[in-house]
Design a binder for this molecule. Structure first.
Ligand code: PEP
Length: 251
C-alpha cells in the first residue's frame, strides 16, 4: 500500500509574524518539485493568515495548532474550523501532548475537536502517545488504544480516511531522546491494528501514521525507512530552515 509521506512542522508558540513569513518563504522554496511527499507547517494563530499568503503559490499545506468544535460562539480563546479555513489553513493538529498535559484536554474533548474539524472541512492530525511513566508501567498499548478509539469515536469510514495519526511518545518530545526506529515501527504497527479494529483493513492501510519526538536531520532517514512510518511531526527542528529543509528531503 503506497501512502504519500507527510512531513509536518509544528512551530508551537514561536516566531513573530515577520519571522514566520520569512521561514515560510524559505520552506516554500525548498518544497518546490517535491512530488512524492507533502509538506505542512503549523504556525501560531497570529501568523496563520500571513503564512498562508506567503506559501500560496507553493505546495506547502498550512495547519492550525488546534481547532474548536463549533463554527462560532462564546468560546473565549478558541479558534473555529471556519476561522482556520478563512485564514488559509486546511489541516489542524489535535490532541498534541502539550494540549493534553499542560491544558488538560482529554480524549472526549479531543474527539469533539476531531468531529468539528471534519464537519467543517479541516483535516485533523490526531496526536497520541504515552508518557514515560506509562511506558515504564507497561501501559503503552492500553493508552494508545484508548486515545485512538475515544479520539475517533463516531467518526465514519468516509471521514476517517482523511485523518492523519501522529504517534508522539511524550518522553521523546522536545527532549532530544528519539524513539528508536524499531520502537516507532512497533507502535505504528500497533496503531494500524487498532485502526483496523475500528475500520476495515483497507482503510487502516491507507491512513498515514507520522512519528513525532525529536526528529532531526540525522535520524529522519532511518525512521522513514520503517514500513509503517509515513512521515514526521517535527517541533524544534522545524524552526530553522536548514534543518527542516534536510528533513523534508529525507531519503
Ligand atoms: C512536537 O512538538 O510535536 C514535537 C515532536 O517536538 P520535537 O520535534 O521538538 O520533539
Amino acid at each position: 500500500m503506497k501512502r504519500t509521506p507527510l512531513i509536518a512542522g509544528n512551530w508551537k508558540m514561536h516566531l513573530t509574524i515577520q519571522e514566520a513569513v520569512a521561514l515560510a518563504k524559505e520552506i516554500a522554496k525548498s518544497s518546490q518539485g517535491l512530488e512524492d511527499r507533502k509538506v505542512m507547517i503549523a504556525p501560531a494563530a497570529t501568523s496563520l493568515n500571513a503564512v498562508a499568503k506567503a506559501v500560496r503559490e507553493s505546495p506547502v499545506i498550512v495547519a492550525g495548532q488546534n481547532v474548536a468544535w463549533k463554527q462560532q460562539g462564546a468560546y473565549t480563546g478558541e479558534i473555529s474550523p471556519l476561522m482556520l479555513k478563512d485564514a488559509g489553513a486546511d489541516m489542524a493538529i489535535i490532541g498534541h501532548s502539550e494540549r493534553r498535559h499542560i491544558f488538560g484536554e482529554d480524549n472526549a474533548m479531543i474527539n469533539q475537536r476531531m468531529v468539528g474539524a471534519l464537519t467543517y472541512g479541516i483535516t485533523p492530525i490526531l496526536c497520541v502517545g504515552e508518557t514515560l511513566d506509562e511506558r515504564d508501567d507497561g501501559l503503552t498499548w492500553e493508552v494508545l488504544k484508548a486515545q485512538i478509539r475515544e479520539g475517533m469515536e463516531t467518526i465514519a469510514s468516509e471521514q476517517a480516511e482523511k485523518i492523519v495519526i501522529a504517534y508522539e511518545p511524550v518522553w521523546a518530545i522536545g527532549t532530544g531522546k528519539t524513539a528508536s526506529k524499531e520502537q516507532a515501527q512497533e507502535a505504528h504497527l500497533f496503531i494500524r491494528g487498532v485502526l483496523e479494529g475500528i475500520y476495515e483493513k483497507k482503510l487502516a492501510e491507507q491512513m498515514r501514521i507520522l512519528y513525532g519526538g525529536s526528529v532531526k536531520p540525522d535520524n529522519v532517514d532511518d525512521l522513514m525507512k520503517m514500513p509503517d512510518v509515513d512521515g514526521a511531526l517535527v517541533g524544534g527542528a522545524a524552526l530553522q530552515s536548514d534543518s527542516f529543509d534536510r528533513i523534508i528531503h529525507f531519503s
